[in-house]
Design a protein around this ligand. Structure first.
Ligand SMILES: Cc1cc2nc3c(=O)[nH]c(=O)nc-3n(C[C@H](O)[C@H](O)[C@H](O)COP(=O)(O)OP(=O)(O)OC[C@H]3O[C@@H](n4cnc5c(N)ncnc54)[C@H](O)[C@@H]3O)c2cc1C
Length: 453
């Protein structure tokens, strides 16, 4: 079959690779001039590539590890010790080993023991996810671990992923995280190890692109889909002119450049972009019910300031910012995870935020954002000065984080849309696990199967 895949993120590229291997002729359309979507990298200079948004893998991320191996890179992922801290009550508190929980000052000693016992019970005995789908994480934690555990630990952790919607997140999301953590064994129980591809995520994108092209397919970057419409039993993809990415995400703004007809189309774009891509008659085929489900899922935007510093900022890789007075939710010091020598001695710190659409911080450029963050950075490290900053890059992703509330499962749009030959696969369908590149790999394979079934 002739198949179009819209989006060259991890999901779209994996699906294209699978479809090519199955003997289909695949064209991948990508709006951005590069590959990788949310996991895309940038050249930070001197040929070093770094993800625009901080990325690592967990030892439970077997789908992506298997894909690296399948593509001839079995040793690509390096596993390194991770170090985590909380910034709370004006100080950094290490949160690396189970013992750190027992020493965690912001919680009273009985609250620490109660929290540890509740986590262990959930990891050991809570095999059925259904009860956790009906309750918010906040309600469950306050009931089982106490108010302090929510205020000092879990609330800040969830705010690091869901911003101000943390209170509404379903417990099933946390249940899945903690149950996956249960599979961690041996040394990793004492200090977790995380994975990072030796040559960044870019190595994966390149290998997937080569696989598609070797099978006769095409990966068309800076070539967005502007519209999809019915063409007999197939579907027509109307592409937009190069440079369309400069006019934003809404494909209705892209001037048409060409078109081609396919037997099947897989869209791996966010739900709102998917709806905007459909010509009216095709939208009617997809139907109000499907589109309403998709539209009912809210996304938060990621706003990330990547700083190159002339020195280390903190001793930790990952700092959860529990102090709500600070205008960001996390600090991820990449070069406390991968050694600076990899980057010619240079050091990189991500300042992370998840925000509702329209938030004023999303309007700021890198310099203005650094101005807004400088006092917060000084609160964590009082010696911090703007003179430490050699470069600053600012990235924003509107559809970064689906908000997983109670009753979420019933709202997930199925992969196969009611329109024949049209499949949708994106992060809103990763459930109950936390969306991530590992699950984008799994979803890409599922989407390829749904498309050809
Ligand atoms: C701040 C942040 C931190 C993260 N940290 C991690 C981490 O540590 N580990 C991890 O594994 N994952 C992490 N993730 C998640 C991970 O990056 C995503 O889950 C994954 O990359 C999603 O892949 P995808 O292909 O489903 O979607 P996307 O990457 O969103 O791909 C969709 C693609 O569609 C393209 N597109 C949009 N419109 C059009 C159009 N009209 N025509 C053609 N193409 C179009 C987009 O440009 C994009 O390339 C993080 C994400 C963010 C935002």
């Amino acid at each position: 079959m002739r198949i179009a895949v819209v989006g060259a993120g991890v999901c779209g590229l994996t699906a294209a690779h699978r479809l090519t291997r199955a003997g289909h002729a695949v064209d991948v359309y990508e709006r951005w001039p590069g590959l990788g979507g949310q996991a895309a990298t940038l050249d930070v200079g001197d040929g070093h590539r770094l993800e625009r948004y901080y990325h690592h893998l967990f030892t439970s991320d077997t789908h992506i590890a298997d894909l690296f191996a399948e593509l001839g890179m079995p040793d690509a992922i390096e596993w390194r010790p991770s170090s985590v801290a909380f910034f709370a009550c004006g100080a950094l508190h290490p949160f690396v080993t189970p013992l750190d929980l027992l020493r965690f000052g912001p919680l009273s000693p009985p609250a620490r023991v109660r929290m540890g016992a509740a986590v262990l019970a959930l990891q050991r005995f809570a095999g059925d996810r259904a009860p956790y789908e009906r309750i918010t994480a906040r309600a469950w934690i306050e009931r089982r671990m106490g108010r302090q555990a929510w205020d000092e630990v879990w609330g800040p952790l969830l705010r690091g992923k869901f911003g101000e919607r943390a209170d509404d997140i379903a417990m099933v999301w946390l249940w899945s995280k903690l149950r996956l953590r249960r599979s961690v064994k041996g040394e990793d129980v004492r200090q977790e190890r995380l994975g990072y591809p030796r040559a960044s995520w870019e190595a994966l994108f390149g290998a997937l692109e080569r696989s598609v092209e070797a099978g006769g397919g095409r990966v068309l970057t800076d070539t967005p889909a502007a519209r999809i419409e019915r063409a007999g039993a197939g579907l027509r993809v109307i592409s937009g002119v190069p440079g369309s990415f400069r006019s934003g995400h809404d494909p209705r703004r892209f001037a048409p450049a060409g078109d081609a007809v396919y037997d099947r189309v897989l869209a791996t774009v966010p739900n709102d972009v998917f709806a905007q891509l459909l010509a009216p008659a095709l939208a009617a085929e997809v139907g109000e019910d499907y589109l309403a489900r998709a539209a009912s899922i809210e996304y938060f935007a990621a706003l990330c300031l990547l700083l190159e510093l002339d020195r280390g900022f903190s001793p930790y890789y990952w700092t959860n910012v529990a102090d709500r007075a600070l205008p960001f939710v996390g600090l991820i010091e990449h070069t406390n995870f991968v050694e600076p020598a990899r980057y010619g001695g240079r050091r990189f710190l991500y300042v992370a935020n998840y925000l509702p659409h329209g938030h004023e911080l999303l309007q700021l450029d890198a310099g203005a954002l650094l101005d807004r963050y400088a006092d917060g950075l000084r609160a964590v490290n009082p010696a911090f000065s703007r003179d430490w900053v050699r470069h600053a890059w600012r990235f924003a992703e509107p559809a970064a984080q689906p908000i997983v509330t109670v009753g979420y499962a019933a709202r997930i749009p199925p992969l196969k849309t009611p329109a024949a030959g049209l499949v949708l696969a994106n992060t809103t369908q990763v459930y109950p696990e936390d969306r991530g590149t590992n699950y984008a790999v799994r979803l890409g394979a599922e989407a390829a199967a749904a498309l050809t079934a």
